[in-house]
Design a protein around this ligand. Structure first.
Ligand code: CU
Length: 284
């Protein structure tokens, strides 16, 4: 009976590894269970790191799991009815090995991924303005709230967080082939901005302005998800990301400005509506 239990428990890591590998390589029935194809110029680097670290973990798991499996099978009570376990309190050489080997792997990974981390998380892309290189300003201000996303674009002044900002709920439109910087803010609780196709994920914390950036290498339309359990409606906190050609993006923002102003223009035609305009204030 002890052999049965040993095998049963041993199945857990084996099944975990097998299903994980099946998902990564898209083996039926786990097709399309892993990350979707990348739409970001950083995708190759990030996926390379992910797959490399994953492969390393599989090799370590097979090594340690294989050793445990062999010991369970080779030295069980049925094969060794008179066997007695050897007792020793510690083993310096073994302890050095299992400290130094994982330690050096982690130190290696820390240095190996440093450039990818700094390019994607620490050092914001720059733009040259009047001969001076400066940090690229945010293209869109993203405001997360229970349970949706607002995307604020600059108005005619080209600046965010001014009175003529325009905002759209649930749809983020950005240009392809350009460094896009987003400013993330929350209106209430902690949310998390996640676009799997861009390999981009960032917690959105109330009271903080955070910047994330990407460069999309093709046009597409994908989901934006919240990956922080932010309340009862967390499951429905979604939006769409539409990546368009740069000229389509300009047309989109121009159109946004034009349609946004339209109601005020029509209000001006009707004298009685001017009261409403006074109460509501001007919007630009
Ligand atoms: Cu949320």
């Amino acid at each position: 009976m002890s052999r049965f239990w040993s095998l049963l428990f041993y199945c857990v890591p084996v099944l975990a590894t097998v299903t994980f590998l099946m998902a990564i390589y898209g083996v039926w029935p786990l097709v399309d269970c892993a990350m979707p194809p990348s739409l970001s110029t950083a995708g190759e680097t990030i996926d390379g790191l992910f797959n490399g670290i994953h492969l390393l973990a599989v090799v370590i798991l097979l090594g340690t799991g294989g050793t445990i499996g062999y010991v369970l099978w080779r030295f069980d009570s049925r094969r060794n009815p008179d066997g007695k376990a050897q007792y020793f309190s510690h083993h310096t050489t073994l302890e050095l090995i299992w400290t130094l080997v994982p330690g050096s792997i982690l130190v290696f990974l820390a240095f190996y991924q440093m450039n990818a981390w700094s390019e994607n998380k620490m050092v914001r892309p720059t733009t040259v303005v009047d001969g001076i290189e400066e940090k690229t300003g945010p293209l869109v201000l993203v405001k997360a709230k229970q349970f949706g996303w607002e995307f604020h674009y600059p108005g005619d002044d080209g600046l965010l967080e001014t009175a003529d900002d325009l905002y759209v709920e649930g749809l983020l439109v950005v240009p392809r082939g350009r460094d896009v910087v987003l400013q993330l803010e929350s209106r209430d609780v902690i949310h998390s901005f996640f676009v799997p196709e861009l390999r981009l994920k960032q917690d959105v914390v109330p009271g903080m302005s955070q910047f994330v950036w990407f460069n999309a290498n093709q046009t597409s339309e994908v989901d934006i998800l919240c990956t922080e359990l932010c309340g009862w409606g967390h499951y429905k906190m979604k939006a769409r990301l539409r990546i368009v050609e740069p000229e389509q993006f300009t047309a989109y923002t121009d159109n946004l400005k034009a349609t946004y102003k339209a109601p005020l223009a029509s209000i001006a035609k009707y004298p009685s509506a001017s009261v409403a305009a006074d109460v509501g204030g001007t919007r630009d």
